[in-house]
Write a protein that binds this ligand. Structure first.
Ligand code: NCD
Ligand code: ZN
Length: 345
């Protein structure tokens, strides 16, 4: 049995670090586990231009603990009025690594999102030419579509045409939750990839709804049926370079989750690597973990693999029931559970 794994230092290709007190308190977890992270721009107001992204990057760097080496990679929140010239300039200046497409009202702080993907075509054209990665929250928001079908419907209504109309655009179908998404990405050319969260590998929709409403298992896109979880596990552990790590760690105060209108988002940053590794271990795919966590993402983005190494050992991690952030309690993913691996520090 393998009890020790040493790999290139992983990156998180999708994380919410928030702002203010929450940023101050949660950034440490991502910075300790990951060398770089693609930071989501869904602040309120969102990060929609180079100047606000530069300012946000400074605030993030100020929250990184001393002596910890961490590079936040910034994203531009696309809107109906995105200035393509500013986005391209921001990318040339090294501020932007990617741009994020939220369909309007798909999720937390997405009211400014894109109302009609066709309005965005001039921006996507500029991104394709400049080599800027497009990160997509792939869910339709049409009220007539069942919440469990919103990802699959997004493929048919939007993603297929975006990928066909911009054949050189690098597209990441983020936090995928369905076998439909796995199949779409597998059938697409090399410029189309996907990230997968730890929660969607660990649980199906029962986790939200059985034994009472479980607000800490609620995130968007919502977990789907078991057959979809199994497809995600197979994709993540397949060794295909099209699938890589993106935690979608999305902290919310406990009172905002345990409420009559609970927020979507799971705070998984503190034990993200231990969580993913449990899946790879269960699947007998420890040899595929480095690719998923540390190699496929940089290859897709055209960035160097981290020269640092991290070691994980089968010594176990106890996840606390509650953590503290932003003057509140916050419930981490796997609260009160034991995970069999630990990151060596
Ligand atoms: C995210 C958040 O809280 O910002 N929530 C979530 O459930 N994943 C937004 C998002 O990425 O959809
Ligand atoms: Zn997210």
């Amino acid at each position: 049995m393998t009890d020790t794994l040493t790999i290139a230092r992983p990156d998180d290709w999708h994380v919410h670090l928030r702002d203010g007190d929450m940023l101050r308190d949660v950034t440490q977890y991502t910075a300790r586990q990951f060398g770089r992270a693609i930071v989501m721009p869904n602040l309120s107001p969102p990060v929609t231009n180079t100047a606000s992204a530069e300012a946000y990057r400074e605030r993030i760097l100020a929250a990184v603990p001393q002596g910890v080496d961490f590079t936040p990679l910034m994203t531009c929140y696309l809107t109906d009025t995105t200035d393509a010239a500013d986005l391209v300039r921001g990318a040339e200046q090294g501020v932007f690594t990617a741009a994020k497409l939220y369909p309007a009202n798909a999720t937390t702080n997405s009211a400014h999102g894109v109302s009609n993907v066709h309005n965005l075509y001039p921006v996507l054209d500029a991104m394709e030419k400049a080599g800027i990665v497009l990160c997509i929250h792939g869910e339709v928001t049409d009220h007539d579509i069942d919440v469990f079908d919103r990802e699959a419907e997004f493929i048919e209504r939007h993603l297929r045409s975006i990928v066909a109309d911009f054949p050189k655009l690098k597209v990441i179908f983020e936090h995928i939750t369905t076998s439909d998404a796995v199949d779409f990405v597998m059938a697409s050319p090399d410029n189309v990839a996907a990230t997968i969260t730890p929660q969607h590998l660990h649980f199906n929709r029962n986790a939200m709804l059985v034994g009472g409403i479980q607000p800490h298992a609620y995130c968007l896109p919502v977990a789907k049926r078991e057959e979809h979880r199994l497809a995600l596990r197979a994709a993540a552990t397949s060794g295909s370079p099209k699938f890589f790590l993106g935690t979608d760690s999305a902290p919310h105060r406990r009172e905002d989750k345990e409420s009559d209108c609970g927020c979507a988002g799971i705070f998984n940053a503190p034990y993200a690597l231990e969580s993913y590794l449990a899946v790879f271990d269960d699947e007998g795919a420890l040899d595929k973990f480095e690719g998923f966590a540390s190699l496929h993402g940089p290859a897709f983005y055209g960035l160097p693999v981290s020269p640092e190494r991290v070691t994980l050992t089968r010594t176990g991690t106890e996840v606390p029931r509650i953590m503290q952030a932003a003057g509140s309690e916050i419930v981490p993913f796997h609260a009160s559970q034991n995970l069999s691996w630990a990151v060596q520090t």
